[in-house]
Design a protein around this ligand. Sequence first.
Ligand SMILES: *[C@@H]1O[C@H](CO)[C@@H](O)[C@H](O)[C@H]1NC(C)=O
Ligand SMILES: *[C@@H]1O[C@H](CO)[C@@H](O)[C@H](O)[C@H]1NC(C)=O
Ligand SMILES: *[C@@H]1O[C@H](CO)[C@@H](O)[C@H](O)[C@H]1NC(C)=O
Ligand SMILES: *[C@@H]1O[C@H](CO)[C@@H](O)[C@H](O)[C@H]1NC(C)=O
Ligand SMILES: *[C@@H]1O[C@H](CO)[C@@H](O)[C@H](O)[C@H]1NC(C)=O
Length: 387
Amino acid sequence: MGRQRYFIIMWASLTILVHTDGNLWEPTNITRLDEQNGRTVSIKLHTFKKWRVGALARAWLSPPVSGDGMSKTHCAHNCLDDGRCVTFIFKNNMCRIYTTVPRATPTIGMDSIHWDMYEISNPCTENQNLCEHGSICVPDRLTKTYECINCLPPFTGNHCNETTDVTMVHNEILHDDILFGRNKSCAALYYHFDVPAGNQIQNIFPWRDQRKITVLCNSQYMVASNAASYAANVRELHAEDFADGLDISISFFRAHTSFLQEIDKVIPIDRYIFTCDRMSDGVWYEFTTSRVNAFDRYETVDYFTAKTDKRPQQDLMLFYASIPGVQLNCPNGTTSDPNIDPEERPFKNLVLDSDQINGPKFTYTNQSKQCFGNEGDVRLFKLRILN
Ligand SMILES: *[C@@H]1O[C@H](CO)[C@@H](O)[C@H](O)[C@H]1NC(C)=O
Ligand SMILES: *[C@@H]1O[C@H](CO)[C@@H](O)[C@H](O)[C@H]1NC(C)=O
Ligand SMILES: *[C@@H]1O[C@H](CO)[C@@H](O)[C@H](O)[C@H]1NC(C)=O
Ligand SMILES: *[C@@H]1O[C@H](CO)[C@@H](O)[C@H](O)[C@H]1NC(C)=O
Ligand SMILES: *[C@@H]1O[C@H](CO)[C@@H](O)[C@H](O)[C@H]1NC(C)=O
């Protein structure tokens, strides 16, 4: 009788194992002679794929298991010991295991470079192109199956690769990045395709077919509004502008709520960063929805896509000023303004910093431009999104 123990190998690369038995879920069994006691030891080889970029889901998927003082190997053991676990993430001494993959909740999960993420070997890790056209491969360890979720029209089928819409496919051979929908946000390009940091003009393919838009990526962020007080013309962006051929790589433009809603449908938005800077003294302010590593702060994002009318709590937003000692004092502890058209939320009365109606505020409309300073004393207004 051999003693059994787990032996865990973690692949740091994208190495793909070829399983001759065809069962990608099962551990590989190896039998060895243990020199110390002369007995045969049976070793199970379990393989985890390390993803290049980690991810976080909004809520821990039941049951939440975490522990401090933990090593990565312990974390892997925890995952193996729970027959449902398919993913673990690890940071410092923190271990979280999931019964599903964070990518399964694209509207509420987000990439995070702060966590290492490992996924147990399964058909999804074996073939990253299994689920086509941007659909998401979700493994289920209990049933040893997988599913392609988030399949968008015109595609259907178990692998999201069937369509009757021939005009969509033409006779062209599509680049894998488009076909498999990986190349569809500034963040995806930045994290997965070695696009350099800073400002880069990029073509992205939000609909996972040939239709493209041209945008200005600022590292992992996409610039959605870029307006300046000295600009002769600012293009107003509404829902109908989010269409094939859109080019917002050249300033100046300003996103309205309906435009952001259209983006959110195809590339779910994780975060907004609003920035203004003053002309007179160069001081700038930054206002960001959701904190880094917050999993349940999507309500702040949802306000700007008008999925909710609940105005963001001031303390759920991150506020940064380029000068020290600035304190925000929003009326009733909430940002924005209840008396504006929802379509104007991403730029009008973003922050009212006083109970007085004429107090300092952050706003950028045709009628009023303020950056917590005097009326008109604004040089730039920017909105960057992370999705
Ligand atoms: C490995 O061994 C276990 C029992 O220890 C067995 O249940 C499993 O089927 C074996 N897997 C393979 C691929 O042989
Ligand atoms: C869809 O993908 C599956 C799995 O890769 C493949 O077996 C099938 O032939 C594909 N179907 C089409 C229509 O391409
Ligand atoms: C994204 O896809 C386009 C079209 O094939 C390609 O030109 C571009 O290089 C891809 N981007 C990256 C970063 O791979
Ligand atoms: C703001 O001014 C621009 C001209 O720069 C104009 O095209 C646009 O319609 C105006 N927007 C609103 C909401 O009045
Ligand atoms: C703050 O709360 C009071 C009492 O509920 C309300 O009357 C007032 O309109 C609120 N102010 C803002 C700016 O929301």
